[in-house]
Design a protein around this ligand. Structure first.
Ligand code: AHR
Length: 639
């Protein structure tokens, strides 16, 4: 019966199934009996269990989610040149570029690129080119919206010719002319439209002039179409991948990115809002500079777009080079800054900071339930976190009594609402610890597993990591009466050479393509079939690498059985539902691979993807065989 059921499933879907599903006809591990009491609820499942955690790491925003395609658009110089910008001298043109620290378009950007052209004409133009973030992604028949700030000297060096050029052929793919440049800083906008081209990232942007003279430039920007057509918005393919994860929340802005290496390098939210020209940019602790184009309001709009709750982390007076601010009056300005931030997020347009948000384009306040005070403060060797947390807690609760305030490590002086636990592990460590929260005090603080991942595979997790992740998720689901939220980290990685600072990241991409790792698909499966209640269940037998969780969608009377077979052998599981009246067929979703090292890559994005099939003969005892190395969701309706 066991084999018959599985063979039928296999035959029905043959042709699209990975081989691993079809070769698993025999259960070699000790057979398991899983008993599910569908109508005996044990605990609630947190509706916010699965969400996203992000920060500026691995070119997650710049060169990633944030759709800007001009790199170093604000012309940050290094010692001798401007990274990602190259001088262009076509034909007989003669010119030089330099960093001018005496003039810029704003207080935030008080410097600029100075282009001195000594010789140029229409057929010998001079200017600069930008190489993008490992290229510039261009699609056919697409409009790209651009802008720059510029001024010229008295010699009428303009107009500025702007073009997108294919790297290999040198062919101009799209071009336009921006005229009317004056002696004062001003923003100019333009559009570039491609025709019938092959989609490719092997392109660059060129800005040239045809007359001698001097031109100053800053904030050169170019955007492709964005998700929900947002101005200054996000990459469509990545947003769609995130949406498929059914995320309930977004934890931002970090991570170490919140703290910075040094206190002046912390995430200062006030410097990330308003027009881009008023954002000074800042160094991230992940060894590159952040444009802050994806600033506080953009984080909130990202939440809005994907219907996620913001989980806002506020800087709490600790930066990673063991720098801290003493609790008490020294910390007061930082607490006030957090209160201002909360008002910016949640205040009406009649409040001071709510009015600033309205001016920035979003009059409606955002709804906020959770605030996190700092990040990983267990690293602060000064022992100041107890005092810092308490000071933030009291000030925030006084103004926002319903906000849940997350501590980044247990504090002794008081009981936090929620504590954030982080786990970066090997798969075997997760296998051995899936019962971690089974005995946690239900009267203590709630738990936020704010960062966790199986770190096996680079740049993205392999199937062995996905098995570790899925096993760990079964434990989190079973305990989601106390685990209110959980988020894999890091979420994103640019897979180009030099793009990654932290290995094993959920979603990989280059300038034009993206893919989900096996762990990504495991997340999609667990979040899509979440349920809202945990019914009573027990398992007997089964190998040590069999893990499961059972939840129920009470509204639709639907059971979700998640099974993880981390063994190299198939696993037989007899599932019984005493007293339950079940539909005779259900849905089976399978993620499976031949071995732990199998994975997806930017060139082979679909080696391992979930496969749906029909579960038959469900009523009574379901005789089921899991393939070796597999993660499965069984979705079964109660009648
Ligand atoms: O996720 C990468 C880093 O790991 C985060 O920035 C930090 O919070 C943790 O140590």
């Amino acid at each position: 019966m066991i084999r018959k059921t599985f063979s039928l499933t296999c035959a029905l879907t043959l042709g699209v199934l990975p081989m691993a599903i079809c070769h698993a006809q025999q259960g070699h591990g000790s057979p398991a009996v899983l008993t599910i009491h569908a109508d005996q609820p044990v605990s609630k499942v947190s509706p916010m269990l699965y969400g996203l955690m992000t920060e500026e790491i691995n070119y997650s925003y710049d060169g990633g989610l944030y759709a800007e395609i001009v790199r170093n658009r604000a012309f940050r110089p290094n010692r001798s040149n401007f990274p990602n910008w190259i001088l262009v001298e076509n034909g007989a043109a003669l010119a030089k570029i330099s960093a001018d620290t005496n003039t810029g378009p704003s207080e935030a950007l008080p410097h600029s690129l100075r282009l001195d052209v000594t010789s140029a004409d229409a057929s010998s133009q001079a200017g600069v080119l930008n190489e993008g973030y490992w290229g510039m992604p261009l699609h056919p028949n697409t409009t790209y919206k651009g802008s720059f700030y510029a001024k010229e000297d008295t010699s009428a060096v303009g107009p500025v010719n702007v073009s997108l050029v294919a790297n290999q052929s040198g062919k101009v793919v799209a071009s336009t002319t921006v005229s009317g440049i004056t002696g004062d800083w001003k923003q100019y906008t333009f559009e570039l439209k491609t025709g019938t081209i092959e989609p490719t990232a092997a392109n660059h942007l060129v800005l040239t002039v045809a007359y001698p003279g001097t031109l100053w430039l800053n904030l050169v920007s170019l955007f492709p179409p964005t998700y929900h057509d947002r101005i200054n918005g996000n990459r469509i393919d990545l947003m769609e991948k995130l949406a498929a994860m059914h995320p309930a929340f977004l934890r931002f802005p970090g991570g170490n990115y919140l703290e910075g290496d040094h206190i002046p390098e912390r995430y200062e939210w006030k410097k990330t809002i308003g027009p881009l020209v008023d954002r000074p940019t800042h160094p991230s602790p992940w060894r590159y500079h952040s444009s802050d184009g994806l600033g506080l309001l953009e984080f909130l709009e990202w939440c809005e777009d994907l219907k996620m709750q913001p989980v806002l982390a506020v800087y709490a007076g600790y930066s990673m080079a063991q720098e801290h601010v003493n609790p008490g009056s020294d910390l007061d300005p930082y607490v006030q800054d957090a209160l201002d931030e909360l008002e910016y997020v949640t205040g009406g347009a009649d409040t001071k900071w709510g009015a600033v948000r309205a001016k920035n384009g979003h009059p409606e306040p955002f709804h906020l339930n959770y605030v996190e005070v700092g990040n990983e403060d267990f690293f602060d060797r000064s022992g100041s976190y107890d005092g810092r947390y308490e000071q933030f807690y009291k000030a925030i609760k006084a103004k926002y009594p319903s906000l849940q305030i997350i501590a980044t490590t247990p504090v002794k002086s008081m009981r936090p609402d929620v504590v954030d636990d982080h786990y970066y592990r090997r798969a075997t460590e997760f296998f051995h610890d899936t019962t971690h929260y089974d005995k946690t005090d239900r009267n203590g603080p709630k738990i936020f597993v704010g960062e966790w991942a199986t770190r096996e595979g680079s740049p993205t997790p392999n199937f062995g990591a996905a098995l570790g992740d899925a096993a760990w998720m079964t434990g989190m689901e079973r305990n989601s009466d106390i685990i209110v939220m959980a988020a894999y980290a890091p979420l994103l990685v640019n897979v180009n050479p030099g793009g990654m600072q932290w290995e094993t990241d959920l979603i990989g991409y280059d300038a034009i393509r993206s893919y989900g790792s096996p762990s990504y698909y495991a997340q999609v499966m667990f979040a899509k079939y979440l349920g809202d209640e945990t019914p009573a269940s027990s398992v007997e037998g089964g190998g040590p690498k069999l893990f499961y969780s059972v939840t129920k969608d009470t509204k639709n009377k639907r059971l979700y059985v998640k099974l993880v077979n981390a063994s190299s052998d198939p696993q037989s599981v007899d599932v019984t539902f005493p007293g339950a009246n079940l539909a005779s067929t259900g849905k089976l979703v399978t993620l499976s691979a031949r071995n732990t090292q199998a994975t997806n890559t930017i060139d082979q994005p679909a080696n391992i993807v979930p496969v749906e099939s029909t579960l038959r003969n469900v009523s009574g005892t379901l005789h089921h065989t899991m393939p070796a190395y597999s993660i499965q969701v069984l979705s079964i309706d109660q009648r």
